[in-house]
Design a protein around this ligand. Structure first.
Ligand code: G4P
Length: 532
């Protein structure tokens, strides 16, 4: 296979959802269809996560075991598919957001009864920043669900994207009869199947007018379906691939992941329309995946908390060229050459050493502390990828030294953990107090534990009432000066010395935005570009 063919057959994406919508179940079914696993339950059980909410070590242990599920790779219809995991329960963190900077498209899972929920909205905001193409899967149709027209209105409004239903449900819950697949123009009838296996007892009917269809659906459902389809045709435009590629139009599918219903149709459509690796932007030039020289960036660092295996894995997204085992690459941040004797790829539940990887692939590099989030590997060029920002944390605490003899260790530990992207550090200008900002609650415990076990330092937290951290910019110096003076108590410096406004409530942020109308407030920042 040629280099170009290798790239064009790759599909790198993430499944995103609010917890419990069915992300794990859908991912698992996709892997089953791809033949990567053979029984359901092989990927991971997030039950452990759910039941051990307070016990972060248990969750970390689970994470350690499931590091290989960070990326799951399988082949389907000659495509090589890489699914990137987006942790969503207690281990929700900035990592979850940043993973979305490494994908070429996403599938969003929505619970048909609950509609669009908070975490989905947040993750979608990150997709919008990069105009990532989106397919929506409305799940759990075997249970009572919202009216499908209401649901797609909600999706359109809440996710701020145009939609086109490519399948359409017939009933829901106890009266769920199946879906009409508008993409393949056939009717698929639902019957409860053996959940552990892939079964083919989904009855497919091509002609809606046929006696078979009428008999299977009954008269009233057939009439309703025809009416619905007519309405859809008049209200929604046709599927337009260019609009989808631009992240402006989201095809919607309906189904029930746990029952394998609608999953294969989703996958068939996905492999047909989802984009292969696209261009990336750097501070030097635009990078085409077809460029022969290797470039890639680190979007996630996984540190193992088990004291017996204190290894780290840096996840590198390959953006161009071929990544070869044992070949020296240039680490732009340190200016050093590095070679990797055992880069890993991931296959469902195992990882294996790989000799060659292509754009779109993710390789896991064993790391002894050299990598930071956003670091670039090249064949000598000095460049940094754009679009790997920090995201505004929503949980804040003062961090204090609990052992004055170990202040150096504490400073070093905090510095390194921030480089890994575990959380963000802000230093208040007014008094120099340090504040840790996280996206998920668990991170506070992780930081405390790691500072003690890896750096021999002790920290304690104190609560602080803050809502969001915003980076800001303006061309109007006098308004900026005025803002800085008035809000001095809430201005801090981030790790790179940039000014950040720590708003203490949604109200004060809104007031600041109204009053200082020449200032732009940002909820994300480029991660490291301005730092160097
Ligand atoms: P998540 O990763 O998005 O958090 O969700 P996950 O797949 O773990 O699914 C959450 C729950 O929803 C699970 O039930 C799962 O079985 C169920 N589920 C997923 N898809 C469907 C569906 O199409 N229909 C119905 N009715 N349920 C679905 P659980 O009780 O938490 O676990 P389990 O005992 O079923 O494994």
């Amino acid at each position: 296979m040629t280099f170009i063919q290798e790239i064009e057959r790759r599909r790198t994406f993430a499944v995103i959802a609010h917890p419990d919508a069915g992300k794990t179940t859908l991912t698992e079914k996709l892997l089953l269809f791809g033949g990567a696993i053979h029984v359901a339950g092989a990927v991971k059980s997030n039950k452990i996560r759910k039941s051990a909410m307070s016990d972060f070590m248990e969750i970390e242990r689970q994470r350690g075991i499931s590091v290989s599920t960070s990326v799951m790779t399988f082949e389907y219809r000659d495509r090589k598919i890489n699914i990137l995991d987006t942790p969503g329960h207690e281990d929700f963190a900035e990592d979850t957001y940043r993973t979305l900077t490494a994908v070429d498209s996403v599938i969003i899972v929505i619970d048909g009864a609950k509609g669009v929920e908070l975490q989905t909205r947040r993750l979608m905001e990150v997709c919008r920043m990069r105009n990532t193409p989106v397919i929506v899967f409305v799940n759990k149709l075997d249970r009572e669900a919202k009216d499908p027209f209401d649901l797609i209105d909600e999706i359109e409004k809440e996710l701020n994207i145009n939609v086109v239903p490519l399948s359409w449900p017939i009933g829901a819950g106890s009266s769920f009869k199946g879906v009409y697949n508008r993409f393949e123009k056939k009717l698929q009838l639902f019957s409860s199947t053996d959940k552990q296996k892939l079964t083919e007892d989904i009855l497919e009917i091509i002609d809606l007018e046929s006696l078979e269809a009428q008999t299977a659906l009954g008269e009233s459902s057939t009439v309703k379906l025809k009416d619905d389809l007519e309405l859809i045709e008049t209200v929604y435009s046709e599927f337009d691939k260019a609009e989808y590629d631009a992240g402006k139009l989201a095809p919607i599918f309906f189904g029930s992941a746990v029952n394998n219903f609608g999953v294969q149709e989703l996958l068939n459509c996905f492999v047909e329309i989802a984009p292969y690796p696209q261009k990336s932007v750097t501070d030097l030039r635009e990078i085409s995946p077809f460029d022969p020289k290797l470039t890639g960036f680190v979007f996630k660092i996984h540190a193992n908390l088990d004291p017996n295996h204190r290894d780290r894995i840096a996840f590198l997204k390959i953006c161009s060229g071929i990544f070869e085992r044992n070949k020296p690459y240039f680490h732009v941040a340190s200016g050093k050459q590095m070679r990797f004797s055992s880069p890993n790829t991931f296959l469902a539940d195992k990882k294996s050493v790989v000799d060659e990887s292509f754009p779109g692939d993710i390789v896991g590099l064993h790391d002894t502390g050299n990598f930071k989030i956003g670091d670039t590997l090249t064949e000598g060029e000095i460049l940094n990828f754009k679009g790997i920002p920090s995201f505004s944390p929503e949980l804040f605490r003062y961090i204090e030294n609990a052992d004055p003899m170990k202040s150096k260790q504490l400073a070093k530990g905090i510095d390194q953990l921030m480089d890994e992207g575990v959380a963000q550090l802000f230093t208040l200008k007014i008094n120099g107090r340090k504040i840790i900002g996280c996206v998920g609650m668990l991170q506070f415990d992780v930081i405390q534990y790691r500072l003690e076990h890896e750096y021999g330092a002790k920290c304690k937290y104190e609560s602080v009432n803050l809502y969001k951290a915003c980076w800001f910019e303006s061309e109007d110096k006098s308004q900026t000066d005025d803002f800085m003076t008035r809000k001095y108590n809430n201005i801090a410096l981030d790790k790179y010395g940039r000014n950040v406004y720590l708003a203490d409530s949604a109200y004060s942020l809104k007031m600041a935005e109204d009053k200082f109308d020449k200032i732009k407030f940002h909820f994300t920042s480029e991660f490291h570009l301005n730092a160097k």
